[in-house]
Write a protein that binds this ligand. Structure first.
Ligand code: HEM
Length: 493
């Protein structure tokens, strides 16, 4: 290695070099006084480990309960849980952390609003595609979303009849992928129809999400290896799979005579009208992001909804009464026009999103040149500050002493309005989720229809399902028996 020095001496030099880095980061950093896990004081090891374990959100909550408003979760990152956190970090257009750059998939040529870290440029990029996510546009796909929900119900009923336990993790993912296919390309991917993970997409998406979450910490390495355009062409990367799926769907769509005014049609129109600011690669990037972000978030939400309903018998009977009284058309999925007007249903969904936010990872922003003060703490320019949705949503300071209790009633009346400012399942500010209209529509309809039409019982009612977060690689199954609505036991939905 070092000519004439020899391996032992080189190892000593390397060891000393690392020691200096550790000491500088741990003791001489401007955030050295902020408490947190030991490994976080000089590296990103704590974050990596917590992400792989899949419980970063729970660990972060614990750390904030122990240390207060600020926790050092990386050598240059502070997690913030403070009444001003949402306003000062997310609602202020601060530059996003470089981690987001990894969201150009499959490689850096495919930039998206998510991968753009500069607030102004991000907003410009988002303008190109905003019309596709608007509720006025999404609502036109409602009949096709209905087909997917009906097919899901039929599949669940079949499983119920044959007395086979249902894995909601699987079936809600199938539905969500098919819905995204309908809304984006005028065609379901065929998950519900075939009753299987077509082409291993769901398994691949899980690997991809975990990979991306970790790779964002090692951008240079990622750009040279998995995110390298030459390597990505070989199709070996986890991100290649989703790209192939969307590319295939776009090509199939071109041959589909029944193609509708779907998201893609709006984006293709943008390509023609604004070729200087919206290019084909940008469009592919956005399609990838939409397919990648719009399925397991929905699946995790619906699973959480069913799970917390099973554990809240009072809620379920009240919800059923509300839906039954709404005069929905039986045999058809509940319309969004009705579902969105049901106050208790909407309160249950809000509480589900508060209690079990699909994204478990902190949203990180960079302190601007002039610095930033939160509470009595000043942060220097360049510090990474992140807001973890789970931490905020479970804060007793922000949501009250019962923050750890699933209680939809907190959203009704004036007290519901007061906590609205801390409710951030879709993020907040210029980088918030563009898919929230579709999410609200799809989840409201599916949840109302399931409650109206099915009884559900966990195979093992004592089995706890702790978390299913956006990036978890391991599905946490909790099988249930399901039946078209007739029977009731103590623990049914
Ligand atoms: C349960 C439902 C969902 C939740 C809780 C959720 C939440 C989020 C969050 C927290 C972000 C990142 C915000 C940030 O980093 O600051 C995000 C981004 C994103 N979401 Fe969602 N999402 C959901 C459903 C959807 C759906 C259905 C779609 C597709 C239509 C979608 C498309 C996207 C896209 C494309 C981005 C990248 C954002 C960008 O333009 O920068 N999401 N989502």
């Amino acid at each position: 290695m070092f000519a004439g020095v020899g391996y032992p001496a080189a190892s000593v030099l390397l060891g000393l070099f690392l020691l200096v880095i550790v000491i500088r980061r741990r003791y001489l950093s401007p955030i050295a006084d902020i408490p947190g896990p030991f490994f976080a004081s000089f590296s990103v090891l704590w974050q990596l480990w917590a992400i792989v374990k899949g419980d970063i959100q729970l660990r972060s909550i614990e750390l904030h309960r122990k240390h207060g408003h600020f926790v050092r979760i990386g050598h240059e990152e502070v997690s913030v849980c403070h009444p001003d956190a949402v306003r000062k970090i997310l609602l202020t257009p601060l530059r996003k952390a470089d981690w987001y750059k990894v969201m150009a998939l499959p490689d850096h040529r495919f930039q998206t609003p998510m991968s753009e870290v500069d607030p102004k440029r991000r907003v410009e990029r988002a303008k190109n595609v905003a019309a596709g996510y608007a509720l006025s546009h999404i609502i036109k796909s409602e009949p096709f979303i209905d087909s997917a929900i009906s097919l899901l119900c039929n599949r669940l009923a079949e499983l119920g009849q044959s007395k086979q336990p249902v894995e909601f993790d699987k079936w809600f993912n199938y539905m969500a992928f098919d819905v995204i296919g309908e809304v984006t390309f005028s065609r379901a991917f065929g998950f519900l129809e075939s009753g299987r993970d077509v082409g291993g997409s769901i398994a691949n998406t899980r690997v991809l999400t975990l990979y991306v979450t970790l790779a964002g910490f090692f951008l240079n390495l990622h750009n040279w290896t998995m995110g390298n355009p030459i390597l990505s062409k070989l199709g070996l990367m986890p991100q290649q799979h989703i790209f192939d799926t969307t590319l295939g769907a776009i090509q199939t769509r071109q041959k589909n005579p029944d193609v509708r005014n779907d998201m893609l049609s709006l984006w293709m129109q943008q390509l023609k009208e604004y070729p200087d600011r919206f290019k084909e690669q940008d469009m592919y990037g956005v399609v990838n992001a939409t397919v990648g972000a719009g399925a397991d978030t929905i699946s995790a939400t619906l699973q959480a909804f069913v799970y917390y309903m099973l554990r809240s018998p009072g809620c379920i009977s009240r919800l059923r009464k509300e839906i039954d009284a709404a005069g929905t058309e039986s045999g058809k999925p509940v319309s969004y026009a009705i579902a969105r007007q049901l106050p208790y249903l909407q309160a249950c969904l809000k509480e589900t999103w508060r209690f079990h936010t699909p994204v478990a990872f902190g949203l990180a922003r960079i302190v601007p040149e002039q610095g930033l003060t939160i509470g009595d703490r000043y942060f220097k320019s360049g510090t990474k500050l992140s807001v973890n949705q789970w931490v905020i949503h479970r804060s007793t300071e922000l949501f009250g002493a019962d923050a750890d209790t699933f209680n939809p009633d907190r959203w009704l009346g004036e007290k519901g309005q007061a906590i609205e400012q801390y409710y951030i399942p879709f993020g907040a500010g210029y980088n918030s989720c563009p898919g929230r209209n579709l999410a609200n529509l799809e989840v409201s309809k599916a949840a109302a229809t399931l409650v109206r039409d099915f009884d559900v019982r966990q195979v093992d009612p004592k089995q706890n399902w702790q978390y299913e977060a956006h990036f978890t690689a391991v599905p946490y199954g909790w099988p249930c028996y399901i039946k078209r609505r007739e029977f009731t036991t103590e623990q049914t939905l």
